[in-house]
Design a protein around this ligand. Structure first.
Ligand code: FAD
Length: 360
């Protein structure tokens, strides 16, 4: 009977990060289970270049030192010279994380359950096979939960006529006017004629693809882009609630990625945080690390509760952006804001509603 050093459940960004960051430099035998074909997966993960992301600078697709937040009437431009907004593609992350010294066996199977046996675990897959490992890194997560907000989106990578886009500046959030719905466009201009154009909604239910497609078409029309060639699409659902599983009962079970609480629910950003989580786990004797600080988790919860109970159309985000400079904004988004910046953020929020949410 073979007992692997560790079993990774799910080869999304966090499972891949475990292979690279924790086991990449030794000769351990690791087994990973993934029930989908990850060769078909590709999308861009955005983040600001915090210090812990610098070891991955060489696989960054593109950096933007300027970004905008606004709507039809107002546009706030932020600049950061040393902490630009960056993206890494899933394909590059996967390739980078699979180039390691360790021996990784990948099983294209769905894990049904795992149970502890003496000092290792028995893992059962849906085809009734059994595998054994000393440690478990579990990244399975619940993306939707009744009554909770979701961030759901659909984006198209397009090619347009030359010199259409200014590729020095990305559109982080362009809010559009909708009836009782928070919707914004996210545009990553990779070059003067190539961009990812994404339609994003915060709501309790996910829409049909045709809904987002219509919004993308409308936005491009306003920008006088009437013809474009599609090269690929990306879509997803990100939970806007903290994961239930975060901590695990056994010291040798590690909940990672969104399952392990890496996502910042108010923004849907998870990629850089799940990497930080795996980096911290590597040097920790515990099986759980708190990625988001207490005060930030509290602020997130209040903000989400505010979003749930009020018809927000983007004004709070715009006001927040207008009260912060680029460096303050990125520090907040990356969970590294100072007390002064936090106070500025609290000051930007609608007072009465927030006091109500605080006591809800
Ligand atoms: C299209 C898209 C774009 C995003 N963009 C950004 C961004 O720009 N910036 C950012 O910070 N975050 C972004 N996110 C959010 C977040 O970074 C991602 O959701 C990320 O994929 C989370 O990684 P994970 O490893 O926690 O989970 P997942 O990526 O969900 O990986 C879990 C894996 O486990 C597999 N699995 C599930 N159950 C089983 C089972 N029983 N047996 C075997 N395998 C199983 C799944 O197939 C999956 O591959 C984006 C998300 C999506 C979907």
């Amino acid at each position: 009977m073979k007992i692997y050093k560790a079993a990774i459940i799910g080869l999304g960004p966090s499972g891949l990060a475990v292979n690279k960051i924790i086991y990449g430099n030794n000769v351990d035998e690791i087994i990973a289970f993934e029930n989908k074909d990850i060769n078909n997966r590709d999308n861009f993960f955005g983040f600001w270049l915090a210090d812990w992301m610098k070891p991955f600078e060489h696989i960054i697709e593109k950096k933007w030192f300027k970004w905008t937040i606004g709507n039809k009437k107002i546009k706030i431009t932020h600049t950061s010279r040393d902490k630009p907004y960056c993206v890494i593609s899933f394909k590059k992350w996967k390739k980078f994380c699979l180039e390691t010294k360790n021996k990784l066996k990948i099983k294209n199977k769905k894990v049904l359950k795992y149970t502890p046996l003496q000092n290792y675990f028995k893992i059962v897959t849906t085809d009734n096979n059994e595998y054994y490992a000393e440690k478990i890194y579990d990244s399975r997560s619940t993306k939707e939960k009744k009554g909770e907000l979701l961030q759901h989106f659909f984006g198209i990578n397009i090619t347009v006529p030359d010199n259409t886009f200014n590729d020095n500046k990305l559109t982080l959030m362009h809010f559009t006017k909708e009836k009782n719905l928070l919707h914004f466009m996210y545009i990553l201009p990779f070059s003067h004629n190539k961009a990812l154009v994404e339609s994003t909604v915060f709501s309790k239910e996910v829409f049909k693809n045709s809904w987002y497609r219509e919004k993308i078409k409308d936005y491009l029309k306003i920008k006088n882009i009437n013809t474009y060639k599609e090269s690929s699409v990306e879509q997803g659902v990100i939970p806007m609630f903290f994961a239930d599983e975060k901590n695990s009962p056994s010291l040798n079970i590690f909940n990672i990625g969104i399952r392990g609480g890496a996502c910042k629910p108010s923004t849907g950003y998870a990629f850089s945080f799940l990497i930080k989580q795996v980096q911290l786990l590597k040097n920790s004797k515990k099986n759980y690390v708190n990625i988001h600080k207490f005060l930030e988790r509290k602020m997130d919860k209040i903000f989400i509760s505010f979003l749930k109970n009020n018809n927000e159309d983007g004004q709070s985000f715009i006001k927040l952006a207008s009260n912060l400079n680029g460096n303050e904004f990125q520090s907040f988004m990356m969970g590294e804001s100072s007390i002064l910046t936090k106070l500025k953020i609290i000051k930007s929020m609608p007072k009465l509603q927030f006091i109500k949410e605080l006591f809800r």
